[in-house]
Design a protein around this ligand. Sequence first.
Ligand SMILES: [Zn+2]
Ligand SMILES: [Zn+2]
Length: 215
Amino acid sequence: MAKSRHGRRELHSYTIRGMYTMNRTVRAGDAVFMRAPETEKDPYVAIIQKIEADNRNNVNVHVRWYYRPEETKRGRQRFHGIRELMLSDHYDVQSAETIERKVTVHTFKDYTELKFISPTDLYWRFEYNAKTGACKPGRVEVFCKCRMPYNPDHYFMLQCDKCNEWFHPRCVGMSNGEANKLDTYVCENCESGKRVRKRPSQRSASQVGPKRQKT
Ligand SMILES: [Zn+2]
Ligand SMILES: [Zn+2]
């Protein structure tokens, strides 16, 4: 174990104290919930960079924060999923005692492919600059009349049989139940003979396509 100038020792792992008996060992690279100082708030989410003990055996973790969309300058947008985080450039040192439990922060693509989602499954798709409020990538693929990026919480979408564009049932005046009963769907633009304008140059390479096919 490495010893630093201030008598700090780097630790390979830390065992979370508390009520969760499973999976309590955390290491660098793990994502965790950390207690927020205001108890009514959702826990903070961080990825552990380094674990250190000082000469009094206080354990501190060096972390990189994930921000929840509502904590960013632009706030929560309609396309942000309930389990969405942003990977910030904000680093910090916190007491290991504030760690509540281990979580998994998936990439967006991996998250959309999960068969089962547990309360500790979260995801990120944007990086966030905490000083400027900028998000990366600045542009992602958008869908529907509302021209919104894909929100995995609203995964039920209709695909037009002619132009292959995806639509939220609500945005085309249907309930999910009504949409589910359709065998085929042709969007307004295709019905009226108008071609949907697609601007491929605005689409980023990141795959944010809906996974669920219409049934
Ligand atoms: Zn829409
Ligand atoms: Zn269409």
